[in-house]
Design a protein around this ligand. Structure first.
Ligand code: ADP
Length: 980
C-alpha cells in the first residue's frame, strides 16, 4: 500500500506536461479498472482515495480552461464530455472518501498520516505551529485556516482544486502539511454585496485581496473540513471530510484562522420509510440522469456499484455535489443537518438537473441531426465521385478539365488576343470554385470549351499563285470566264498586297449553274478551308449571333461553329441562298448578317454566346442567290454581284462531256472504254430532258445512265478480276502459295486467265445513242417549245425570264365576236397586275398604229378580242411582253402572220417607245433553244447582248429597237415569197 501510494504521489507530482500524459492516463485507467472490479470495499477505498491524489493534478482547476488537451483526453477516458458548462466549477467525486464520522474517512486520514509518519516524527517533533494542531485526527481540528472557495461548497467525500494567491496562506498550508495536520476549513464565499446575485464574477484577485475580518464576513458560516491533499505551485487540492461551523475568529492576523464546531447530522432512523423512499427516489433519479447524460456516468456507475458503502447523508451529499445546482442551493444542502430534509433538497436539485439534461438532449439531437444530414450528403457525394472514377464515367474532374483547356491554348498562347486570354483565365478560376454537379459548372465548362477550341490567330497560308488558281478553276468548271476572271483579279490583288482582305462576292443565277461548286473551287484555289451554310428560310437571329449563355442548350452562332470546325481563322464561307433569308419574329436576320458580312464591322464581330469580339475580317465570304432583287438592299450594297445566267446547249454538251460524265463514271466505277455515249444522245438528253438553265438535272440524268450501265455490266459478268479489297499481305500469300504449288495449279491459273479474257470479249462496250436513250432515262420530258410551225395569225413568240432561266412563250389573240362598237379585250393566262396593264397599253397602242397604217380598218372598234398567254397554270408577270402583245393584236387586225422564227421582248410605252428589259442572256439562250433566228431586243439592251459570249450570239439575227415602228417593219414587212 505504501509503495503504491508513493508511486501515485510521484505521478501526481510536479510540472505536468502533455508528454507525460499517456503514462498517467494508463495509470488512471488501471486504477479505474481495479476500483470497479474490486469486490472488496477496503481495497476500493484505498485505490480510489489515491485516485484523487492523482486526478486533481490533471483535472482542470476552476481557473484552467476546460478546453485544455489534458482535460479533453481525460474526458474521453472517463466519459465526460463538454455538455456541462459548469464543469469547471464542480467538485470532483472521490468514490469512497470519508464523510462525517465514518470509519472510511478515518482510515484514509490514518493512512495518510502513516505514510508521512516517519518524516513527520523526525522533522517536526519539536516544532510547534500556531495554526494547525499537531494532532493529526480531523475531529481534533478545532482551529483551522479558513480558505474561501469561490464557486461551490466543498462536500464531504469530494475533492476540489483551489488556487491560493496569498503567499502567506500558501506557506501556512505547506507548514500544516509538514506538521502532519494537513487540514483547513473550506468555506463558500458569499456574494459580493455590490455585484449581482450570480457573483461568480468574483475574480481570484478580488478574493485574494480579502483579508481578516473582511474575509470572515464574506464567508458562509458552514463549511467543510478539508484535507490538503497536495500543493502544486498555487494550486491546492482539497478533500472534503466533515461539516464545520465557524464559531469565532482566532486572530486578525493573516492568514485568517477560525475556531470551528464540527457539525453532526441530526440523528435519524435508518429504517424510516420516508427517508428510505426519498433515498430510493434519489438513486432512481441518478440512474435516469445516467441514461440521458453521460456526463457523470463514471461517478454514478462507481457510486451505484458500491451503493452498500453509502449512507443516506452521503447519498444526499453526492447528489447535491454532482448536479449542476447553483452555489446557494448547494450551500443549502451543505448546511442542512436533517438527513431527510437534505435528501429532499438533493432530490429537488436532481430533478431539475434531469429536466435540464432532457432539454439539452433534444437540443443536441436536433443539432446532430442537422450536422449528420449534411455530412451524409457530403459522404454520399464523395462515394459517388469515387464510383464514377472507378467506372471511368467521370475522368475529367476539375483539375483535369482545366489542365485540358490550358493545354489547348498553350501552343498558340501568344496569338490569342489579350482580352480573350483574360476571359479564359477568369473562367478557369471560376471553374475551380464551382461545384462540379452544379449547372453553372457545365455552362462554364462548355463556354471554356468553345473559347479554347477556336483557332485564334491561326491562319492557313494563302496561295496567291494566279496560274495555279486558273488551273484549279478550269479543272472544276467549264466556261464561266467572267466569274473566273473576277476571282483571279481578287487573287492578284492579294498577291500584290500580301493579304487578301475579306470581300463579299455574290454569285447569282438559276439553280444548278455551279454557284456552290465555284465557291468550293475558289477555296481550293486560295488554299483556304471551305465552310458552307445555308440561310434559306433562316428566321432566328441566334443562328447567326448565337444564344446568350444563360439559356439552356445555348450554342454559339454559325460563324463560331464554322471557325471551330475548319480550325483556321481565314476560311472561305459560302452563305447559300441569301435571297431566301427568312423574316425573324424576334430580331432581323438580315441585320445580323450585315454585321457579319460588313468589312467595317466584322473585325469586331460579337457573338452572344462567346461574349467576346472575334475578328472575321480575314474570312472570305461568298454568297449565292437565285434572284438579286430579293437580297435585302443594305446587304446587296456591300456585295460584288457576279451573275451566272445559265448554259446554252453547246456549253451543256461540254460540261456533260468533260465534267459530269467523268464524275459519274468515276462514281460508278466504270472505265471510259466500257461505255460510249454518242454526241447525238447527249444532245437529245440536253434538248429533250434537261432544258433548265443549270446542269443539275443533266447531272442527275447522266448519273442515272451510268448507274444503269453499271448494272448492265455487272449482269453481263464484267466484274473486276481481283477483288479490290484484297490487302497486300493476302496477295503476297497467294503468290507464295502459287509459287510452291504444282504445275497442275499453274495450268488451272492459265485456264482462269483465259476464261476472264473470253468474258471480257463477251461484255461488249455499252453504246448509248439517240435510239436507245429512252431505255436509260425514259421518255422525253420536253417536246419542242415551238408549238406553232409556222405561227398563225394573231400568235407571236415572246421571250421571258424566270428564276430557272429564260424561256419562250407565245401570246395568242383571237376574235370573240364582231359588231359595231363591240370593241373590247378579254385576258387569260394567270397574268399579274403589271402584265394586265401591259395588255391594256398594248390594245391602245395597237389601235393607234392600225389607225396610222390602215386608217379605214375599224377592226379594234368593232371586235371583241381575247388575249391568252399559254401555260395557264404558270403565273406570269412583268412588262417585257408589251411589244409581243401589240404585234399579236396587229397580226390579228391585219390578218397577217408575223415573220417566221421571230421572237421579241421589250416594254412599250403608250407612245410606242421600247424600254429595256432584264435577263438578256437567259432570253437569248431560250430563243436559241427554240430555233429562233430573229430576235428583237430594246435598243437599251444592246450592250448586254454584246457582252455575251460569242457562242451564245452565234447565228442569230438580232435587232435593237427603240420604237415600235421598227418592230412593225420587222414583223410584217417581209416578203411573202421569202417567208415560204
Ligand atoms: P448551284 O449552287 O448553282 O445550285 P451547284 O454548284 O450545286 O449549283 O452545281 C450543280 C452541279 O453542276 C455541280 O456538281 C457542279 O459541279 C456542276 N456544274 C455546274 N456548273 C458547272 C460548270 N460550269 N462546269 C462543270 N460543272 C458544273
Amino acid at each position: 500500500m505504501k509503495g503504491l501510494d508513493t508511486n501515485l504521489r510521484l505521478q501526481a507530482s510536479p510540472q505536468l506536461s502533455n508528454v507525460f500524459l499517456p503514462k498517467r492516463l494508463t495509470l488512471v485507467r488501471n486504477l479505474n479498472f481495479r476500483s470497479s472490479s474490486s469486490s472488496s470495499p477496503a481495497m476500493l477505498k484505498l485505490f480510489s482515495s489515491r485516485v484523487h491524489h492523482l486526478t486533481p493534478a490533471i483535472r482542470p482547476g476552476p481557473r484552467s480552461s476546460v478546453d485544455s488537451p489534458l482535460f479533453k483526453a481525460l474526458s474521453q477516458l472517463t466519459g465526460l464530455n463538454r455538455r456541462s458548462s459548469s464543469l469547471g466549477h464542480r467538485v470532483f467525486f472521490c468514490s469512497d472518501s470519508a464523510s462525517e464520522a465514518e470509519a472510511a474517512a478515518a482510515e484514509v486520514a490514518e493512512a495518510e498520516a502513516k505514510v508521512a509518519e516517519a518524516e513527520a516524527e523526525v522533522a517536526d517533533s519539536k516544532s510547534s505551529s500556531a495554526i494547525v494542531s499537531t494532532n493529526p485526527k480531523p475531529e481534533d481540528c478545532l482551529t483551522v485556516l479558513a480558505l474561501p472557495v469561490p464557486h461551490r461548497p466543498l462536500f464531504p467525500g469530494f475533492y476540489m482544486p483551489i488556487y491560493v494567491k496569498d503567499p502567506k496562506v500558501l506557506a501556512a498550508l505547506q507548514e500544516s502539511r509538514r506538521r502532519q495536520a494537513p487540514y483547513a476549513g473550506a468555506f463558500l464565499l458569499k456574494d459580493a454585496p455590490s455585484t449581482d446575485s450570480s457573483s461568480s464574477s468574483d475574480t481570484e484577485k478580488n478574493i485574494s485581496e480579502l483579508k481578516g475580518k473582511g474575509l470572515l464576513e464574506r464567508l458562509h458560516e458552514v463549511g467543510t473540513l478539508a484535507q490538503i491533499s497536495s500543493i502544486q505551485g498555487d494550486q491546492v487540492i482539497l478533500v472534503g471530510h466533515r461539516r464545520l461551523r465557524i464559531t469565532e475568529m482566532v486572530s486578525c492576523e493573516e492568514p485568517l484562522t477560525v475556531k470551528v464546531d464540527h457539525l453532526k447530522d441530526k440523528p435519524f432512523d435508518m429504517d424510516d420509510d420516508v427517508i428510505k423512499a426519498t433515498s430510493f427516489e434519489v438513486i432512481s433519479t441518478l440512474r435516469d440522469v445516467l441514461k440521458t447524460s453521460s456526463l457523470w456516468r463514471d461517478h454514478v456507475q462507481t457510486y451505484t456499484q458500491h451503493i452498500g458503502d453509502f449512507t443516506y447523508p452521503r447519498l444526499a451529499d453526492f447528489g447535491a455535489a454532482i448536479c449542476g445546482a447553483n452555489r446557494h442551493q448547494a450551500q443549502e444542502v451543505l448546511e442542512e443537518l436533517d438527513v431527510h430534509k437534505r435528501l429532499r433538497l438533493t432530490l429537488e436539485l436532481m430533478k431539475k438537473e434531469m429536466e435540464i439534461s432532457k432539454i439539452q438532449e433534444t437540443i443536441a439531437k436536433a443539432i446532430e441531426e442537422k450536422i449528420s444530414g449534411e455530412q451524409r450528403r457530403y459522404l454520399l457525394n464523395e462515394q459517388l465521385k469515387a464510383i464514377k472514377k472507378e467506372l471511368g464515367v467521370e475522368t475529367d474532374d476539375k483539375s483535369a478539365l482545366s489542365g485540358k483547356f490550358k493545354e489547348r491554348i498553350e501552343p498558340n498562347k501568344e496569338k490569342i488576343p489579350a482580352h480573350i486570354l483574360q476571359v479564359i483565365e477568369e473562367e478557369l478560376t471560376k471553374l475551380q470554385l464551382l461545384e462540379a454537379s452544379s449547372s453553372e459548372f457545365n455552362v462554364t465548362r462548355n463556354y471554356l470549351d468553345w473559347l479554347t477550341i477556336l483557332p485564334w490567330g491561326n491562319y492557313s497560308d494563302e496561295n496567291f499563285d494566279v496560274v495555279r488558281a486558273q488551273q484549279i478553276l478550269d479543272e472544276d468548271h467549264y466556261g464561266l470566264s467572267d466569274v473566273k476572271e473576277r476571282i483571279l483579279e481578287f487573287i492578284a490583288v492579294g498577291r500584290l498586297r500580301g493579304t487578301s482582305q475579306g470581300k463579299i462576292i455574290c454569285l447569282s443565277g438559276p439553280p444548278g449553274v455551279g454557284k456552290t461548286s465555284i465557291g468550293r473551287s475558289i477555296a481550293r484555289a486560295l488554299n483556304r478551308k471551305f465552310f458552307r451554310f445555308s440561310v434559306g428560310g433562316l428566321g432566328d437571329v441566334a443562328e447567326i449571333k448565337g444564344h446568350r449563355r444563360t439559356y439552356v442548350g445555348a450554342m454559339p452562332g454559325k460563324m463560331v461553329q464554322c471557325l471551330k470546325s475548319v480550325g483556321t481563322a481565314n476560311p472561305l464561307v459560302l452563305i447559300d441562298e441569301i435571297d431566301k433569308l427568312g423574316k425573324g419574329h424576334a430580331g432581323d436576320p438580315a441585320s445580323a448578317l450585315l454585321e457579319l458580312l460588313d468589312p467595317e464591322q466584322n473585325a469586331n464581330f460579337l457573338d452572344h454566346y462567346l461574349d467576346v469580339t472575334i475578328d472575321l475580317s480575314k474570312v472570305l465570304f461568298v454568297c449565292t442567290a437565285n434572284v438579286i432583287d430579293m437580297i435585302p438592299n443594305p446587304l446587296l450594297d456591300r456585295m460584288e454581284v457576279i451573275s451566272i445566267a445559265g448554259y446554252i446547249t453547246d456549253e451543256k454538251v461540254h460540261i456533260a462531256r468533260d465534267y459530269l460524265e467523268k464524275n459519274a463514271r468515276g462514281d460508278c466505277g466504270i472505265k471510259p472504254e466500257q461505255v460510249d455515249v454518242s454526241d447525238a444522245a447527249l444532245l437529245s438528253l440536253i434538248e429533250n430532258y434537261c432544258r433548265e438553265a443549270g446542269v443539275r438535272n443533266l447531272q442527275k440524268q447522266i448519273e442515272k445512265i451510268y448507274r444503269k450501265i453499271a448494272l448492265k455490266l455487272v449482269r453481263e459478268g464484267a466484274v473486276p478480276e481481283e477483288p479490290t479489297v484484297t490487302s497486300d499481305v493476302e496477295e503476297a500469300e497467294i503468290v507464295a502459295k502459287l509459287d510452291v504449288e504444282s504445275p497442275e495449279k499453274d495450268a488451272a491459273k492459265e485456264l482462269k486467265e483465259e476464261e476472264a479474257e473470253t468474258k471480257k470479249i463477251a461484255v461488249e462496250k455499252v453504246m448509248i445513242d439517240e435510239s436507245n436513250l429512252a431505255d436509260y432515262v425514259g421518255k422525253p420530258v420536253f417536246h419542242a417549245e415551238k408549238i406553232y410551225e409556222p405561227t398563225p395569225v394573231g400568235v407571236v413568240m415572246g421571250l421571258a425570264w424566270t428564276s430557272m432561266g429564260g424561256s419562250t412563250l407565245y401570246i395568242e389573240t383571237t376574235v370573240v365576236e364582231e359588231g359595231e362598237g363591240k370593241g373590247g379585250l378579254n385576258i387569260t393566262g394567270q397574268l399579274g397586275d403589271v402584265m394586265k396593264e401591259s395588255t391594256q397599253i398594248a390594245h391602245t397602242v395597237a389601235r393607234k398604229i392600225l389607225l396610222e397604217k390602215e386608217p379605214e380598218n375599224p377592226f379594234f372598234a368593232n371586235s371583241k378580242l381575247h388575249l391568252h398567254v399559254p401555260a395557264g397554270a404558270t403565273p406570269k408577270d412583268g412588262p417585257s411582253a408589251g411589244c409581243t402583245m401589240i404585234t399579236s393584236l396587229l397580226s390579228l387586225a391585219m390578218n397577217k402572220p408575223v415573220r417566221k422564227d421571230l421572237a421579241m421582248t421589250g416594254e412599250v410605252t403608250l407612245t410606242g417607245r421600247i424600254l429595256p428589259i432584264g435577263g438578256v442572256k437567259e432570253k437569248t439562250i431560250a430563243a436559241r433553244r427554240s430555233q429562233v433566228k430573229t430576235i428583237v431586243f430594246p435598243e437599251a439592251n444592246r450592250r448586254d447582248f454584246e457582252e455575251l459570249a460569242e457562242n451564245v450570239k452565234e447565228g442569230l439575227d438580232v435587232h435593237f429597237v427603240d420604237d415600235y415602228g421598227k418592230i412593225f417593219e420587222l414583223a410584217f414587212g417581209y416578203d411573202d415569197k421569202q417567208q415560204d
